[in-house]
Design a protein around this ligand. Structure first.
Ligand SMILES: [Ca+2]
Ligand SMILES: [Ca+2]
Length: 251
């Protein structure tokens, strides 16, 4: 049993600190602080930053970063998305500006317009677009395949909920390949939890995927940026782990 416990310790999650490299597109740019600006405080801007290292969906991971969505509430827009994608355009994949937040389209039924797919995304939406079923306040929602429309959203049951408060907000996204569960936390509160077979139902069997952030502004605008904090990554359990489970149950 001692040996088994040692093996479990060897599986301790590997931490990668804030050294990730990003592919930048559009208005995205490094800031003196080391954070990455996605949009300046300007009209009709769009910026995208993808990690140059892909993720393996067979592995457990948790990604943590801080996001800044601006300091103008009524006059601010549009928000940031965290995206995981396998779009044929790779690091050049982008969506529509304005309410698309650089990820989706103005209307999911439109045949035209840029969007990122196959993909999933978490949006931090700071501007109400009724056609996307946005509530009148800022909110978080889970999106798929380049559609910005969402049936459900989280706004802390507060119709004055505001993310454009000139503060950093901590965001964590985790994926558990065993249970196929996605968990999203904003400022340590669970704001989304869902079960989805990402490999089969979204990425058509592909397990190596690109991840990063998109953002845009429209007629209204804010400075928007993110600061990468951490990836916790655990490789797929090896065969020895199965042996350990068998030993454990036989004791
Ligand atoms: Ca707001
Ligand atoms: Ca919106």
């Amino acid at each position: 049993m001692v040996r088994a416990f040692c093996f479990v310790f060897l599986l301790i999650i590997t931490l990668h600190h804030a050294t990730a490299q990003f592919e930048l597109r559009g208005y995205a740019n490094y800031m003196p602080s080391g954070c990455i600006m996605l949009t300046p405080n300007e009209r009709y801007a769009e910026g995208i930053a993808y990690s140059s290292t892909t993720l393996d969906l067979n592995s457990y991971f948790e990604i943590e970063f801080d996001i800044y969505l601006g300091d103008k509430d009524e006059l601010g827009a549009d928000g940031i998305t965290f995206v995981i994608q396998n779009d044929a355009r790779g690091f050049d994949a982008f969506g529509t500006y304005g309410e698309g937040m650089g990820y989706g389209r103005f209307n999911p039924s439109f045949a035209s317009g840029n969007y990122i797919a196959p993909s999933i995304a978490i949006e931090f939406d700071t501007y109400q677009n009724e056609i996307q079923n946005d509530p009148p306040c800022d909110h978080v929602a889970y999106l798929e395949n380049g559609s910005s429309y969402h049936e459900q959203y989280w706004h802390n049951e507060d119709l004055s909920f505001n993310l454009e408060d000139d503060q950093m907000h901590n965001f964590r996204f985790s994926w558990n390949p065993e249970t196929q569960e996605i968990t999203v936390k904003l400022d340590a509160v669970v704001v989304y939890q869902g079960q989805r077979d990402l490999i089969q139902d979204i990425f058509e069997g592909q397990t190596e995927v690109i991840w990063g952030f998109t953002a845009s502004t429209g007629n209204k605008h804010n400075l928007q940026y993110f600061c990468f904090r951490r990836i916790a990554y655990q490789e797929k359990p090896a065969d020895e782990n199965i042996t350990y489970k068998a030993n454990s149950s036989a004791k």
